[in-house]
Design a protein around this ligand. Structure first.
Ligand code: NAD
Length: 498
């Protein structure tokens, strides 16, 4: 995948980005070295000062212009996404639409969420004016995955920029062209300073970014890489946000709209060839509706096909090596008594995997426990929703979940050990810009999107300003025994009563 090419008079190592449907070379990019990365971080330092000084209004105006460029040139962006990931243009457009909504939200809400606010100083220090404001970290390093190369990294990039940081962004080595497109579009509206910079390369380049002296790292990718990043960041106590993988469940209650639940399952499991962090990989279905649900899932699955042509509902696997993981999970499920009602081992092609519905799969098999990241779903019958919740929660991951229930949706959702739950629609939380997005366990920690996403990229700064001398001076060597007795009385009155 690598080759040597002359670049600006020096010989730099490069790598090719390939179209997963054809293996055609889509573009060639530099493999940035630790030295390159440090230089980018150093440029970002100055840019961060300038960007922060623009204030909320100035940054908001630039972000809105960036949003305008993305909206007007969405078709062009969708083509770049399709070329590097293989996904249908409609899916590429959908992720751009969601990203645009997030830019708009972050630009409009940054001041309200992060701006200076008064806090009650309390009785003893009532002579103070207490305020808190959220200041930018400075330079944020952002490392992205390939599966949603617009929506996913922009969930961090947008919020980090709106909070006043400069960003050094390393997209996945599978989608550097999408990363470059986004960064160039930003430079059109912010030409003065390199506020958003691109670095390209593999894991080593990402590692150099983590160790390069940035003020925060935001990572989206697999749990395994997240653990390495956290360990590397520990060297400098660099704070990290980890958006890891998932093994998301759907729970279908006895009173659910079964047809809608089946539709949500088929889309949630197979869209984007299952390469969705919050894709549905497991279904737990009440025994009263299990047969009907399964029949509808199979009926709807017949309409879905993966392929490289424009009529296919999803494309080839973006990362060829994932096909082996899918093969292993299906083989393990079948070897241990599971059955494929559609798909199965024959569904696995050279580039594409066809939809696979597995039933009677033991709960401890890899198809149920590990992230498959392919167009497969396991379906299990449960006695009631308590059993469904227990099984759904028995996972090392905890990213998203979906519940279908007419009467108990919220009650069930609140019991699920995941960062977000969608009720009666698949993945809806991911499209609502005001809601935080993130997980727990192997799905990581920290949040993007919404107010929590803005605060993730800013430090709370507390300021206590004395307005007049304290009536009872406590923090001075002039303090007397009389003062101490007075304090004691005041405290007994305030807090010591039975
Ligand atoms: P990955 O972990 O292989 O790579 C992610 C990024 O990390 C890439 O840019 C890669 O170059 C970089 N990287 C690799 N090794 C590194 C290292 N040692 N130090 C620093 N950077 C390093 O993941 P992927 O295959 O690109 O993405 C798929 C995974 O991402 C899936 O597990 C999916 O669930 C997850 N994902 C999570 C979310 C979320 O929001 N939680 C969103 C999308 C994808």
């Amino acid at each position: 995948m690598t080759s040597m090419a002359a670049e600006q008079g020096t010989v730099a190592e490069t790598f090719d980005s390939l179209n997963p449907a054809t293996d055609d070379v889509v573009g060639t990019y530099p493999m940035h070295t630790p030295e390159d990365v440090r230089a980018a971080i150093s440029r970002a330092r100055d840019a961060a000062v300038w960007w922060d000084a623009l204030g909320y209004a100035g940054r908001g105006e630039r972000l809105r212009r960036w949003k305008g460029v993305l909206t007007r040139r969405m078709d062009e962006l969708a083509e770049v996404v399709r070329a590097e990931t293989g996904k249908p243009l409609g899916d590429a457009q959908l992720e751009a639409v969601l990203a645009i909504e997030h830019i708009d939200w972050a630009a409009r809400n940054a001041r309200r969420v992060l701006g200076r606010k008064h806090r009650a100083p309390g009785l003893l220090l009532s002579n103070n004016d207490a305020t808190v404001e959220y200041q930018p970290y400075g330079v944020v390093g952002i490392i992205g995955p390939w599966n949603y190369p617009v929506y996913t990294p922009l969930g961090s990039v947008t919020y980090a920029l709106a909070a006043g940081n400069a960003v050094v962004f390393k997209p996945s080595e599978y989608t550097p062209g999408v990363g470059r497109w986004l960064v160039e579009a930003f430079a059109e509206v912010v030409p003065e300073h390199p506020v958003l910079q691109l670095i390209t390369g593999f894991g080593e380049t990402g590692d150099a970014l983590v160790r390069g002296g940035v003020d925060k790292i935001a990572f989206t990718g697999s749990a395994a890489t997240g653990k390495k990043i956290m360990a590397a960041a520990a060297e400098r106590l660099t704070p990290v946000l980890i958006e890891g993988g998932g093994k998301d469940p759907i729970l279908v209650d006895a009173d659910a709209d079964v047809d809608a639940a089946a539709d949500a399952t088929v889309w949630g499991a197979f869209a984007n060839a299952g390469q969705t962090c919050v894709g549905i990989e497991r279904a737990y279905v009440h025994e009263q509706v299990y047969d009907e649900y399964l029949a509808r899932v199979l009926e709807k699955t017949k309409q879905v096909r993966g392929g490289a042509d424009s009529r296919a509902q999803y494309g080839p696997m973006t990362m060829r090596s994932q096909i082996e993981v899918i093969r292993k999970h299906i083989a393990d499920a079948l070897a241990r008594g599971g059955r494929a009602l559609t798909g199965g081992m024959e569904a696995i092609g050279d580039r594409c995997v066809q939809p696979t519905v597995l039933v009677e799969v033991p709960e401890d098999s890899s198809a149920v426990r590990e992230e498959t990241f392919g167009p497969t779903v396991t379906v299990a019958k449960v006695r009631d929703m308590d059993e469904a919740v227990a099984k759904a929660n028995d996972s090392s991951y905890g990213l998203g979940s979906t519940v279908f229930s007419r009467s108990r949706g919220t009650e069930i959702a609140r019991k699920l050990r995941t960062g977000a739950t969608a009720i009666n629609a698949p993945l809806s939380f991911a499209g609502i810009a005001s809601l935080p997005f993130g997980g727990l366990g192997d799905s990581g920690f920290g949040r993007i999107h919404g107010p929590e996403g803005l605060r993730e990229f800013a430090r709370p700064k507390a300021i206590a300003r004395q307005r007049f001398p304290a009536p009872i001076p406590l923090t001075s060597f002039t303090r007397t025994e009389k003062t101490e007795q007075l304090v004691s009385k005041v405290m007994s009155y305030l807090h010591g009563r039975k």
